[in-house]
Design a protein around this ligand. Structure first.
Ligand code: MG
Length: 390
């Protein structure tokens, strides 16, 4: 496949922290993707949730299926823009590796626990997973991924965290948050593919769970226009028994429209800015984008989902319990590090001798909890407190 001059070329990669000889049959980004797929953190994504807790139903999205959907959407846009599909796939599959159990509720709770110890951000944690926490190689910790994959994984980062990272890796993946520059187009694409994917699958999961209805969605033009279009073309979908097919047909049309909108808007932006290299892309404003109308419509859908689904009393009730689990696990392990898994117990012991013993110890606990699946966290909580919450 021909790559555009503004795409990431694996032959021009800024390389890995620990230099390694090239693989005979795979490009550097294909190699990154394969390392991610074989990682422990990737396998755990199947038991981590986005909106619904894993045991609430077998058909709801998990972080694994979400990541696969992001990779699919990202690759199809990448192909038509002549971007590097392999890099997009690697970033998409890794983008949620640092997520805690119980979705955003878990992350908020852990961030709260870590408030005086440097906080907790899931994007930063995804980078920690691939840089440090995976233990698969005799020569180094982490997966030793290439710069461009790591750059895409670190999607957001606060200034203070960026400064701390830049001390360890001068001019590295956190530098752009200090300079106000952009990542590669492949990384920008993964952010947008993430948004397109969860907007669509949260409608799907939300309707199938019964927490939101197709009638409520009539207030959301991005969805409702396609629902009407589908009904006009297939009047048999009026039948209440066809509700599921109507939902899928409208969602499919919405996804397609968003993909084409991104391709068209980005093609126009690329034509206007005419970058001739990845480094030129990094100096420009974000080029991977929705057109203005779609941007507003996508925002309206996000707002709808926030109020009607993510803050639905039933979701909130589960998430309150999830937050309690995270808080209580954190306190329990901080007091009794011997209750953590073997490797973490050893790290907690080593942390006692560190200059910043308290925050190093807390970071070990945060790493341990962040790696948990929903059900393991719930089970551990019950084991340590005697209280069954989820
Ligand atoms: Mg995501």
């Amino acid at each position: 496949m021909t790559l555009a001059c503004y795409a990431c070329d694996p032959a021009q990669s800024r390389g890995r922290h620990y230099p390694q000889a090239p693989a005979p049959t795979r490009s550097e980004y294909q190699r990154d993707r394969d390392r991610i797929v074989h990682s422990t953190a990737f396998r755990r994504l199947v038991y981590k949730t986005q909106v619904f807790v894993n045991h609430e139903g077998d058909l709801f999205r998990t972080r694994l299926t979400h990541s696969l959907e992001v990779a699919q959407l990202g690759r199809s846009v990448a192909r038509s823009l002549q971007l590097n599909e392999d890099l997009v796939e690697a970033i998409a599959l890794a983008h949620d590796l640092g997520h805690t159990p119980f979705g955003h509720a878990g992350q908020d709770a852990l961030n709260d626990c870590m408030r005086t110890f440097g906080g907790f951000e899931h994007n930063l944690q995804s980078l920690r997973v691939v840089d440090h926490l995976e233990e698969r190689y005799p020569q180094f910790d982490g997966l030793n991924l290439s710069f461009e994959t790591r750059e895409g994984i670190l999607k957001h980062c606060s200034r203070s965290h960026a400064q701390a990272l830049a001390l360890k890796e001068p001019g590295g993946v956190s530098q752009r948050f200090l300079d106000g520059t952009q990542p590669s187009l492949e990384a920008q694409l993964c952010n947008l593919a993430d948004e397109i994917a969860y907007n669509a699958h949260d409608i799907d999961d939300g309707v199938r769970s019964g927490l939101i209805t197709l009638e409520q969605l009539e207030d959301v033009p991005l969805f409702d226009d396609f629902r009407r279009e589908a009904l006009a073309e297939y009047p048999l979908l009026q039948d209440a028994a066809q509700g599921r097919r109507l939902l899928y047909e409208a969602t499919r049309r919405m996804l397609t429209a968003q993909v084409y909108d991104v391709i068209n808007a980005t093609t126009a932006a690329l034509r206007a800015a005419a970058p001739t290299s990845v480094d030129a892309v990094r100096q420009l404003p974000p080029l991977l984008q929705f057109g203005p109308a779609m941007r507003l419509q996508s925002q309206a859908l996000k707002t709808f989902l926030l109020h009607q689904l993510y803050r639905h009393p039933q979701v909130m009730q589960t998430m309150d319990q999830a937050q309690r689990i995270v808080h209580e696990l954190f306190s329990a392990y901080l007091e009794q590090p011997q209750e953590m898994g073997e490797g973490f117990m050893a790290r907690a012991q080593a942390a006692r001798d560190a200059v910043d013993a308290r925050s190093s110890g807390a970071r070990v606990v945060a790493d341990y909890i962040a790696g948990m699946t929903d059900r393991f966290a719930a089970r551990e909580h019950e084991r340590l407190t005697g209280v069954k919450l989820l």
